[in-house]
Design a protein around this ligand. Structure first.
Ligand SMILES: *[C@@H]1O[C@H](CO)[C@@H](O)[C@H](O)[C@H]1NC(C)=O
Ligand SMILES: *[C@@H]1O[C@H](CO)[C@@H](O)[C@H](O)[C@H]1NC(C)=O
Ligand SMILES: *[C@@H]1O[C@H](CO)[C@@H](O)[C@H](O)[C@H]1NC(C)=O
Length: 381
């Protein structure tokens, strides 16, 4: 699958384990798992051990798909899985939830919580901003008093969380809620795991440092962005050198300042890396793909007024990840807006490491990131 370009080999490996592996490895007598839909959006609900006398916590978990809401790879994965399982009706575009069953089960059990895993629709079924609409719709549905009551959830203890592209959607959802007077203060926390937060600068120190790092090399990340917007792949090379946000692109002028990493990142991170700012680039790119500059796609560039209403925030970053600096810069901007932020950085972490917790891809950093994340939720949700 790796060489056919359908998936990275580690993810393909996990897929094989997931298909043939024993479900009993993660299923738990303590947790009830149900597939249903919330206002038309497919979800998988993990209910932790019920204690009638006290309500549960709740977290809505937004998974990445295998690598993004963007990725057409999921299509191939789902078709292959469907054939392996000899299902009569193949439904490509969904099915990413499986990788997160183990994580969601552990969360439900350890946090004594209801975990809702939202199976938003992926590329190529739908494109931006449909993915955001899906997660917002499912979350609003869940937050209705009668639904919370049905699941015995404490309305004051609800969080939203996601990893990678799911972290992008969780951040976008947080911002949408913070701007809506009816929804403000409804989320107690947001927890973002190596989130994708901006598409304006593909030359942050972490992008430069990890340009060819496995799981998520830079060109793959840039292609995911183009996929998400149904854009033209011909722009990828130009975007890699920041030609889409060059100084002659007027639309980007005001936004560039919001991700000026020379001021947002500490020297220990910027090291000797130099900003890549082109005097002239390609003005056609943002004309054809204006979504690149949309704060719903790039939550890092949102207005300060939007940021200041966000709930307490956890951001996990990994050293070996092009997205490291997206997360660190967002933590910095949120802090400046007065939001309480925990930045949890792993020097030996790599993109996606939290789901690599079972043999043969049982990385110790997978277990450590997972434990650290669950511990934070336990203390703050
Ligand atoms: C799971 O659901 C069943 C059937 O509704 C119920 O009897 C059982 O108590 C539930 N278990 C937990 C851990 O909530
Ligand atoms: C970036 O833009 C400049 C100016 O238009 C152009 O000369 C250069 O070839 C572009 N680079 C890429 C990789 O497209
Ligand atoms: C992964 O699992 C194998 C088999 O259980 C074990 O021998 C190995 O030490 C584990 N590796 C890590 C990093 O936990």
């Amino acid at each position: 699958m790796h060489y056919l370009g359908l998936s990275h080999h580690l993810l393909a490996l996990n897929f094989i384990i997931g298909s043939f592996g024993k479900k009993s490895a993660w299923s738990s007598a303590q947790v009830n798992v149900t597939d249903t839909d919330f206002d038309g959006v497919e979800v998988r609900v993990f209910e932790g051990p019920a204690k009638p006398e006290e309500p549960l916590n709740a977290a809505l978990f937004i998974f990445t798909g295998e690598a993004g809401p963007w990725q057409a790879q999921n299509y191939g994965m789902e078709m292959a899985r469907c054939q392996v399982e000899q299902r009569a009706e193949c439904k490509p575009g969904g099915g990413g939830i499986r990788y997160y069953d183990e994580l969601c089960t552990a969360m439900a059990e350890e946090l004594n919580a209801v975990i809702v895993s939202i199976e938003y629709r992926l590329v190529p079924k739908v494109y931006f901003p449909e993915q955001i609409h899906d997660v917002v719709r499912a979350t609003k549905y869940f937050m209705q008093p009668e639904v919370l009551q049905k699941y015995s959830v404490d309305p004051g203890r609800i969080g939203v969380s996601g990893d990678s592209a799911g972290g992008n959607l969780a951040a976008a959802l947080g911002q949408q809620f913070s701007q809506d007077p009816n929804l403000k203060n409804k989320l107690k926390v947001q927890a973002l795991i190596y989130p994708v937060l901006q598409a304006l600068d593909f030359n942050t120190p972490s992008y430069q440092q990890n340009v060819n790092t496995p799981i998520l090399p830079r060109y793959v990340m840039v292609k995911y962005w183009v996929d998400y917007f149904k854009g033209n792949y011909d722009f990828v090379q130009a975007m890699i050198v920041n030609n889409h946000t060059s100084l002659d692109v007027e639309e980007a002028a005001a936004l560039r300042a919001r991700l000026n990493w020379m001021s947002l990142l500490p020297e220990s991170i910027t090291k000797n890396y130099k900003p890549v700012v082109q005097a002239t680039g390609n003005t056609r790119i943002v004309q054809e793909i204006p979504q690149l500059l949309d704060a719903r796609a790039a939550p890092l560039i949102a207005d300060q007024e939007v940021l200041q209403h966000l709930p307490k925030t956890y951001i996990l970053t990994c050293e070996h990840d092009v997205l490291r600096d997206d997360g660190i810069m967002y933590a910095k901007r949120l802090e400046s807006a007065g939001v309480e932020v925990t930045l949890d950085h792993f020097e030996d972490g790599f993109h996606g490491c939290m789901i690599f917790t079972s043999w043969p891809t049982n990385f110790s950093v997978g277990v450590r990131t997972r434990n650290s994340y669950i511990k934070w939720l336990d203390q703050n949700l």
